[in-house]
Design a protein around this ligand. Sequence first.
Ligand code: IMP
Length: 186
Amino acid sequence: MSMFNDIERVLVSEQELRDRIAALADEMNALYSDDDPPILVCILKGAFMFLADLTRQVSFRHELDFMEISSYGKGTKSSGIVRILLDLASSVEGRHVVIVEDIVDTGHTLDYILRNFAARKPASVRVATLLNKPSRREVDVPVHFVGFEVPDEFVMGYGLDYAEQYRNVPYIGVLKPEVYREAPEN
Ligand code: IMP
């Protein structure tokens, strides 16, 4: 059966994503210039699609780099344990950095990333997150560019997975409850 049958409803449509990302790019265009260009750091895997759209919408010169951070395994809950699976290829010392995240939930992952970046002595660090779930926050973390605030529900699509699936769904959605119930590990 098609994976689309697993989806209960659409939370953020393709059109809404396009419009909002164009607006976020405008906010960034007002802050960054070719004279002192930033590095956009994509947090893998969830932010890959957001990064791909954002990088094509901003008009300033910039470099891209990638960092992969461990997720929750197959479940939907945060363990609070964060590991770097893939580190940056470039040095960010003295550079402006924009961290590009898919979603800030409890904030543990971003808190870890920000502390890790601070040690690398960048000129500045700002955070762009496509989605924000403020109701779930356990650690206070700064987010400078937010696409959408979402309710306390597990969301998927547009890069975000459930058990490594659904990343290719072109919008943000919520799965049917039986999809989680049937999962062996959760
Ligand atoms: P945090 O550490 O709890 O803030 O979680 C951050 C990471 O958990 C995100 O970068 C996502 O990879 C993952 N995550 C949190 N909530 C969701 C969700 O609703 N759907 C998919 N992934 C999520």
